[in-house]
Write a protein of this length. Structure first.
Length: 566
């Protein structure tokens, strides 16, 4: 009987189903049967039916289930978050037993691969163990959770016995890497969106809590009692707010030493992967470019090689030493061992990163300049960018990794401290290291905010000049001296002269701009001067429509306020 693989894909309503599911389906290898099902509106019986129909009565050598979930449970279907608490429930148990019967037994090399990081926690490992006992088939799952959206798929797998990693069994590696990079990009976008919408959601939550409390008190109390029990209403509202922040399904309590060991292992694993990403820059880009230079067939000049790669290679050297120190410490790891001191030593050498971030804009500009002006370099990048060996990333995308790494350090340090008792020798150093990494992350965020300048609004205005400032305010006359355009960025206001020219025999006109000045927003004073008074202002401007004036002032003042708060 010919054996083959099958996989499932589940997509929750909050995800971009059309885009994400299609990309994953397109990544499936030839000979692998795909059963794509909807996350909502399905039952366990329906899923079994689809599986049985796809297999046509044959047994699969392996089965991959590509679904949502976390380190403790798999979100297989809407209403079915399957974890250690409900795994033995009759309907859930029956589903897994029947599903396991569709796969070859463990003795014949059969296995079920769950693309959910259950191998990263004791609760998840217990789920895998129970599933294996129920079905007689080996269950595997990723063991890494630290970095990126869906990056656990590409980590080490717990229970893996075959030579190939499970992702390579079902998917084309290059296409899966492309999908993973896209999900990383979408996650970065969502971080920005969440930040912008957080005040709105907070207000919506406050209003919803108020309506719930009001309805509750209205249904249970008289008007007099309601007026006399404002403190109760406030306490209930505070309680609702607190409940909304809690995770309703708390993690199982485990021994702190075991948790520390798991997080320390995750730290080492994620650092190893980070160093490997930096080594891609060295091996794929720097090494051949230097070899070409040495053989008198230069693709880039020595000066440009130095500008683009010297700082990232210094970062690689620093983190290789950091990785070695972590590896040495974890080789003989025990409950009393510490990693905080290793982080503090690493933190004392962050001037290497400072040089990288200070020169980062110059590096990107140099890459773009050389790409445009040096055909050989353009061809070189075309051959090497977005290939399997570069994890489907380009050189500029690889250079983004250092800016993201410190956020991951903070999360990992918090996890270590969470599972470190107050009396442990490592507790103080971990706290100091967290403060150190958070401070440096703030420095990175400040640099990136300056690099990532974006335009908010452009306003065309007329610059005015007072003919005689000695005349009373109410009698002064103004003359229109020139047209200006005000370009409001997230951190600065740029002022330019606007000139308009017309083309003969055409209705269209062409606008050109001449730079006058750029003012940092935190140094800018804005006053709304009534139309009848003469302003003491460097640029006296008027808009054609009154609405434009108020809209412009509102946006400008809001942006200045945001800049000052940062």
């Amino acid at each position: 009987m010919e054996s083959f693989h099958t996989r499932f894909s589940a997509w929750t309503p909050c995800s971009n189903k059309a885009l994400n599911s299609q990309m994953v389906v397109d990544s499936v290898k030839a000979g692998v049967i795909s059963v794509v099902y909807e996350h909502s509106g399905m039952t366990l019986e329906s899923l079994l039916y689809l599986t049985d129909k796809a297999l046509g009565g044959q047994k699969a050598q392996s089965m991959g289930i590509f679904s949502d979930g976390d380190s403790r449970e798999i979100n297989l279907l809407q209403g079915y978050k399957i974890g250690i608490k409900n795994l033995l429930r009759p309907d859930v148990r029956d589903f897994w037993e029947k599903l396991g019967s569709f796969v070859a037994p463990k003795e014949e090399g059969g296995h079920v691969d769950l693309f959910v990081p259950l191998g990263a926690s004791e609760a998840g490992i217990e789920v895998l163990s129970q599933l294996s006992q129920l079905t007689g088939t080996l269950f595997t799952a990723p063991a890494g959770i630290a970095t990126g959206s869906y990056q656990h798929i590409l980590s080490d797998w717990l229970g893996q016995q075959q030579e190939r990693a499970p992702p390579s069994i079902y998917f084309s590696e290059s296409k899966l890497q492309t999908w993973s990079s896209l999900m990383d990009f979408l996650e970065d976008t969502l971080i920005s969106v969440r930040k912008q919408f957080r005040p709105l959601f907070k207000e919506l939550q406050k209003n919803a809590s108020g309506r719930i409390i009001g309805q509750f008190m209205s249904d249970t109390m008289s008007v007099t009692n309601i007026l006399n029990n404002q403190e109760i209403a406030q306490a209930l509202a505070d309680g609702l707010a607190a409940l909304s922040k809690e995770n309703p399904e708390r993690k199982l309590q485990m021994d702190w030493a075991a948790k520390r060991t798991r997080v320390a292992g995750e730290l080492l694993q994620s650092e190893r992967k980070y160093v490997q990403m930096l080594e891609i820059v060295r091996d794929v880009y720097v090494a051949p470019l230097r070899a070409a230079l040495s053989s008198n067939r230069a693709i880039l000049s020595a000066a440009n090689l130095q500008i683009i790669f010297s700082d990232i290679l210094q970062v690689l050297s620093l983190n290789r030493q950091f990785l070695d120190n972590l590896r040495d410490r974890l080789q003989e790891w025990g409950p009393a061992h510490c990693v905080g001191e290793i982080f503090l030593k690493f933190g004392s050498q962050l001037n290497t990163y400072t040089n990288f971030f200070n020169n980062y804009p110059v590096v990107l500009k140099t890459i773009e300049k050389c790409r445009e002006m040096v055909p050989a370099f353009r061809a070189f990048l075309k051959r090497h960018d977005k290939t399997i060996v570069t994890k489907m990333l380009s050189l500029p995308e690889l250079l983004l990794y250092p800016s993201r790494r410190f956020d991951e350090y903070v999360h990992l340090l918090y996890a270590l401290r969470l599972h470190t008792p107050a009396e442990h020798a490592d507790r103080g150093d971990l706290t100091t290291a967290i403060d150190q990494m958070k401070t440096y992350k703030g420095y990175i965020d400040q640099i990136l905010s300056e690099v990532n300048r974006y335009l908010i609004r452009v306003q065309d205005v007329a610059q005015l000049h007072c003919c005689d400032e000695e005349i009373s305010f109410y009698l002064r006359l103004y003359e229109h001296t020139r047209d200006l355009s005000l370009f409001l960025f997230n951190d600065a206001l740029l002022v330019a002269i606007r000139s308009t020219s017309h083309t003969p025999f055409e209705r269209t006109s062409k606008s050109t701009y001449q730079f006058i000045a750029s003012v940092a927003l935190h140094r800018l004073l804005v006053e709304d001067i009534p139309d009848s008074k003469c302003p003491k202002h460097e640029w006296i401007c008027a808009t054609e429509a009154e609405d434009d004036k108020f809209l412009w002032l509102s946006v400008l003042l809001n942006t200045i306020k945001s800049t000052m708060e940062k």
